[in-house]
Write a protein that binds this ligand. Structure first.
Ligand SMILES: C[S@@+](CC[C@H](N)C(=O)[O-])C[C@H]1O[C@@H](n2cnc3c(N)ncnc32)[C@H](O)[C@@H]1O
Length: 396
């Protein structure tokens, strides 16, 4: 696959300091990235019919891409000898603007290395679900970079613009965003989320369906200054999943796809034919009659508070795999259980899910597991490589 070889070539430069082309071919052969015999094979290429090695040409094409991306440079006065640049030695390798590379594919989807806008601009089929956790507006940025609070609304709405053009009628745009953004130096919460909702409505023409609460009982304690020290805030425990659509009456979300098992008390009520009393509650807003709640149903409707801990087996398996591969750990992984629930609720089977801020490719994994097609991408090469391994059954 294109990205495997790309990563292998970059890795050789990072490991070796400097390399001539012939040593690079030998290293790639030893590392198993290319069959050594492939470098010896020649075929006629071009109008002149001259004999060339397709494997060497592929490697040199990657070399030129790495050069264009500023990740390798020629060593002065040494013909054909290259080395990794300081930029390449950073932990995370960002994609260049407008450069989009296929990282890997599965039966149902493709993983792409590229900037969100560039990935989204290339999608030309109807998207049923755009589900993502964009980088949050954090003051202390994560390793992968975060937009400022001031730039946040523009960052999100400009990312959404291309997707709004391809969103299927009733398609869903779901954004997992933080509730814990504070005005600098103050216990006052930022109203960026409210501003974001209004901007998505006015600039992108999308209607807000709900702001689901993702209750995460394992969320690290915070905000330290305002809850643990000054005591004027409560400890944080949730984030939002805002969901929008371009056509509320045709919205593709369907709670029958995520019905929850009845509780023992509900089962007992159904078995005995429902209520056997009459009551009027809340000034007539709720009425109970004999037989109320007695219909046998396939399950209970999921409430709009989703209680899912981020400390789950899928996260542990992913961390172990990341360490084994020597890749940087991703600092903001969504629990797979939550992603599955959201994908199933928002998107009918077989339709297309998109996540351009894919991180460790949790959305992709959830879509693959539940039979939805998907296109997911991330700006950082290392996360795309991680995503490729995320598709193995054992890392679910
Ligand atoms: C909050 S994380 C997503 C985590 C993901 N939901 C998961 O479960 O792993 C945001 C991701 O967006 C990526 N990112 C940041 N800016 C980007 C951009 N302009 N285009 C594409 N990806 C970007 C970061 O590399 C990071 O992996």
């Amino acid at each position: 696959m294109q990205l495997d070889l790309f990563a292998a070539v970059l890795d050789e430069y990072l490991q070796s300091g400097s390399l001539s082309n012939e040593s690079l071919y030998a290293h790639l052969g030893r590392a198993g990235a290319v069959q050594p015999a492939a470098f010896a094979q020649r075929t006629a290429i071009g109008a002149s019919g001259e004999q060339h090695s397709p494997a060497k040409r592929r490697v040199r094409w990657i070399q030129q891409t790495l050069k264009a991306m500023g990740l390798i440079e020629r060593i002065p006065q040494q013909r054909g000898v290259w080395r990794a640049t300081t930029k390449a030695k950073a932990d995370l390798t960002p994609a260049q603007p407008k450069v989009v590379l296929l990282g890997f594919h599965t039966e149902l989807g493709i993983g792409i290395w590229g900037n969100a806008v560039d990935v989204l601009n290339r999608i030309d089929e109807p998207v049923s679900l755009f589900l993502t956790s964009p980088p949050y507006a954090l003051r202390q940025p994560r390793a992968y970079g975060n937009p400022s609070q001031q730039a946040y609304v523009d960052f999100i709405t400009s990312t959404l613009e291309p997707i709004c053009r391809t969103l299927a009628p009733g398609g869903v745009v779901a954004l997992n965003v933080s509730n814990d953004i504070f005005v600098e130096g103050s216990p006052e919460r930022s109203t960026y989320r409210e501003e974001l909702v209004l901007a998505i409505k006015s600039r992108c023409g999308l209607a807000l369906m709900d702001s689901l609460i993702w209750l995460n009982p394992c969320k690290p304690p915070g905000p330290i200054q305002w809850a643990s020290k000054q005591r004027m805030q409560l400890g944080v425990a949730y984030e939002h999943v805002l969901y929008f659509t371009n056509d509320p009456h045709r919205c593709k979300a369907d709670n029958r796809r995520i019905l929850q098992p009845h509780t023992p008390a509900q089962r007992r009520l159904i078995e005995r034919g429902g209520e056997n009393r009459t009551a009027v509650n809340a000034d007539g807003a709720y009425r109970i009659r004999p037989g109320s709640y007695g219909n046998a149903t396939a399950g209970s409707i999921q409430r709009n508070v989703l209680n899912v801990s981020h400390n789950c087996p899928s996260q542990r398996a992913l961390r172990a795999k990341t360490d084994a591969l020597g890749l940087p750990r991703h600092g903001a992984v969504m629990p797979l259980k939550l992603a599955r629930m959201l994908v199933e609720f928002f998107c009918p089977p077989g339709e297309l899910v998109v996540d351009p801020f894919a991180g460790s490719f949790t959305t992709a994994r959830a879509a693959e597991d539940t039979g939805r097609r998907w296109i997911c991408g991330d700006k950082h090469l290392e996360y795309v490589l991680l995503g490729q391994h995320r598709m193995q059954p054992a890392v679910a």
